[in-house]
Design a protein around this ligand. Sequence first.
Ligand code: NAD
Ligand code: MN
Length: 518
Amino acid sequence: MSHTYRLVVGGELATAASGETFDSIDPSTGEPFATVAKAGSEDARKAAEAARKAFDEGPWPGMKGRERAAALLKVADMVKQNSAALAELEARDAGHTIRMAKGADIGMVISTFRVFAELAAKENDEAPLARNPGSMNYARYEPIGVCVGITPWNFPIQMAAWKIAPAIAAGNTIVIKPATYTPLTTLEIGRLCLEAGIPEGVVNVVAGSGAAVGEALVASPMVDKVAFTGSTEVGRRIMELASSNIKKCTLELGGKSASIVLDDVDMDYAVDGALWGVFFHNGQVCSAGTRLLVQRSIADPFVAELTKRAEAIRVGPALDPASDEGPIVSETQLETVERYVGIGREEGADVLTGGERAVVEGHDGGFYFQPTVLGNVKSGMRVSQEEIFGPVLVIIPFEDEAEAVRIANDSVYGLAGGVWSGDNSRAIKVAEQIRTGTVWINDYHMINPRYPFGGYKQSGIGREHGEFGFNEYREIKHIHVDLGGPSRARHPWWDLTVPKREKPSPPGPERPGSKPSG
Ligand code: NAD
Ligand code: MN
């Protein structure tokens, strides 16, 4: 515990106003391994003020898109240079296996900064522009102002990039609050942004609780937009708090996504795929395919093979390159997973494999759970409806595509899903009927910063990534430049106190184009 991680506020690395700190736990061991400045509502206020000042008085919002793009590319390069240290920090703080941290997290962070650099460089090139009869009309993108990003514990460094990159690419400033279990890599990204030369106050990071720091930020009148990733329950609270000054909100919330296996599939391929869909990062993934819908004619052999392979998954410490799965993020989350397996049993589900804490030699204090498969599940059961956020798969057989679609859509959530089939056109027909923001065909978890990601129904509002995601961080302004002469002549019905002409001009011919309205 050599090092205390500090907050990033207004260009400074800062201790908390209260002087307090908290420990961050390594879930592989259950032991504290780092000390972090513990922000409170006072630090939230300071960070929001710094972001406000940087937006209202600083150079960032007025800089050319190309200049902002260069700064984002610098951040991407610095993440690349520091990739080994960042990956290890994520593994220790959040329990990401080192393989996943190196193989997935860091690459996604770099490409997110690069893609939004590209979009920033395009700036207004693609805003609509038209010369109409009598007027020239154009639209122009402008930043929204001060953004707040609030992120969950499952993908800390990726979520930091998903919030920071689009916000600052568009010319906004941001205060980001990571989850208390996993603050370290977000604090590091904030520090790297400073080192990359992003002006003070543009990126601020405050680590502290949702109740103190999160609420203070979301309620702050200095803030214009909130981008939240987390649970649906907290998302509801965010909307309430954001309503005070009508903050723009994007919400990426929970999920209970269906992975649908059609009977014409290559079994070997789809068994692996279904396992990847659900057990990637222990199922602590909002879009995880936690409901496996298998066509009844192939269900028995499919589930038998899947169960066998699930048993071969190696659960172990995050830093061990031999581990396929690391620990669950925290003791509390481990208890939640355990509780849900109990609920499933009470509801009549069969535990086909797993269902218990995993024992990892030499790591008794770690938070490990066995990959778990529950059979004999009905769609109405709680284990099929509620998000568990752990390595628990439920299996539901179906007769035909219509039934698969009905079960898949029997959810308050609508985040993602997968279809596995040997016939693309058959898979596409199913995919198009699933009421979710993303459907993968013959793969899973493929997220690309160029394409939109987000939820239908209670999985959220708005999209992240690509032009769609970029627009959530921009205002669009319409500018009308009239070329048609004096107003009085053009709006003859507008008869006010202005002195009349001798001979009022007759109503003109119907003018195409814009009409006064609103
Ligand atoms: P959470 O909702 O408890 O917390 C998320 C963040 O919100 C944390 O930083 C937390 O401190 C903060 N927070 C909590 N209460 C707050 C309040 N009253 N005001 C402001 N901020 C508050 O979620 P979690 O347990 O960290 O993460 C797991 C959840 O996140 C799951 O439900 C999962 O589905 C969801 N998730 C969704 C996506 C997505 O893209 N849709 C991605 C990752 C995680
Ligand atoms: Mn931690």
